[in-house]
Design a protein around this ligand. Structure first.
Ligand SMILES: C[S@@+](CC[C@H](N)C(=O)[O-])C[C@H]1O[C@@H](n2cnc3c(N)ncnc32)[C@H](O)[C@@H]1O
Length: 387
């Protein structure tokens, strides 16, 4: 079975990933031993993190249930937190029963409402594509970012930093004084930290944090960015309030977001449009706004910013390496299909989604076709005195 278990003693956490499908309880012996050791070593709380499990069968569930029973007896003061995701929906109900049975056990359904596609973007293969995506967006962003107020010597906070490449580029190419990247994904942060350490960058740091409740002081950064992230949160205004709070008066907030209803492709434009229209509709059902781009100006104004600027970054197969762009768009299938599954699309709809998506990829690499992926970049200045 392709399965891994990782114990992080500092975080008092055991993380499971992959497919957990033993045929008999004995197959779980090694896992049980790992869990018991973790429970014995944990100080106040042990967190079992199942959010990266793609599959779990009932034998595995029963063994985990037995372990929890054992831990509640063996360590009566230990709090046990179980983080699960909606990838294994039947398990949510069963874990909730465990929670009701034992007062020390709590169950968290990971980012169900805040960020529904988290597991997808943490997938190993997807990380590689995220890097290519970051690279092609940056090729366009680098020429506009100074206009949005970025200057050498600034202190920058990048919220929802993902793989953290943006911070590295700002340090390297724009000579900023310091960049702090914050993200909610330990997988992405670990990757970001390894890149910055490999490059011996001492002025770029990454921290775990929640964009909606940042543990950063008020008025502390000259430039606060949040790129391609607001669109996937279901309460973007809350995040903007936090960005505003940590930005220095006179500093700037910089955001980028997609505008899927402007995605175009030729030939087969109807099939392509249909797929992205469905993407927008499915995203809405899941609390995401894949059509955020046009709202950029309004949301920056509503946040209380002045001197608002908005740019369209029109990434297309004529101004970007088409093979890189195709690789990125190809990877979206994973996201489209997940959204289709989560919103209950039937087989016929999924097939039609696939045809439109394939047509988009084909248009990108076609020698006579045209295909675009528009992103809106906007920024505004925090007033010196609050309005
Ligand atoms: C689409 S990615 C964008 C990453 C990066 N800014 C880029 O442009 O490549 C969205 C990011 O938001 C992060 N995220 C999701 N929920 C979050 C939260 N509550 N707080 C902080 N980051 C979060 C995800 O882990 C992911 O890295």
């Amino acid at each position: 079975m392709s399965f891994s278990i990782r114990v992080d003693e500092d975080d008092q956490q055991v993380a499971f990933a992959g497919m957990l499908r033993p045929f008999i309880g004995d197959h779980m012996k090694a896992i049980r031993a790992t869990l018991e050791a973790a429970a014995k070593n944990a100080r106040a709380e042990l967190c079992l993190d199942f959010k990266r499990l793609k599959y779990m069968n009932s034998i595995a569930f029963l063994e985990i249930n037995r372990f929890v029973r054992w831990a509640v007896d063996a360590r009566p003061n230990l709090k046990i937190k179980l983080i699960i995701s909606s990838v294994i929906p039947w398990a949510i109900r069963k874990f909730q029963v465990i929670e009701q049975l034992y007062p020390n056990v709590s169950v968290v359904i990971y980012d169900k409402s805040l960020y529904p596609i988290q597991q997808v973007i943490e997938d190993e293969d997807f990380l590689k594509v995220l890097r290519t995506q970051e690279k092609i967006v940056w090729e366009h962003e680098r020429s506009i970012i100074s206009k949005h107020g970025l200057l050498p010597g600034m202190r920058v906070a990048d919220i929802g930093c993902g793989l953290g490449d943006f911070g590295v580029r700002l340090s390297d190419e724009f000579k900023v004084e310091y960049v702090l990247g914050i993200d909610h994904s330990r997988v992405l942060l670990r990757y970001a930290q390894s890149v910055a350490m490999g490059l011996r960058l001492e002025n770029v740091e990454y921290q775990y944090g929640d964009a909606a409740a940042l543990l950063l002081p008020d008025n502390s950064y000259d430039f606060v960015s949040c790129r391609l992230s607001l669109q996937v949160f279901n309460q973007p205004e809350r995040i903007l309030q936090e960005l505003y709070r940590i930005c220095k008066p006179g500093g700037r907030i910089y955001i980028t977001n997609e505008m899927m209803s402007n995605i175009a492709g030729y030939p087969q434009q109807d099939a392509i449009r249909w797929t992205y229209d469905q993407m927008i509709a499915m995203g809405r059902k899941l609390g995401m706004d894949m059509d955020f781009g046009f709202k950029t100006r309004e949301i920056l104004l509503d946040t209380g910013l002045e001197d608002v600027k908005v740019d369209l970054i029109n990434i297309n197969n004529m101004n970007t390496d088409p093979f890189d762009l195709a690789k990125v768009v190809e990877s979206w299938w994973y996201v489209i299909d997940q959204k289709a599954e989560k919103t209950g699309a039937d087989a016929e709809m999924r097939e039609r989604l696939r045809l439109g998506h394939t047509a988009h990829v084909e248009a990108i690499v076609s020698e006579r076709g045209y295909a675009s992926w528009p992103i809106y970049a906007g920024s505004g200045r925090k007033p010196l005195r609050p309005i």
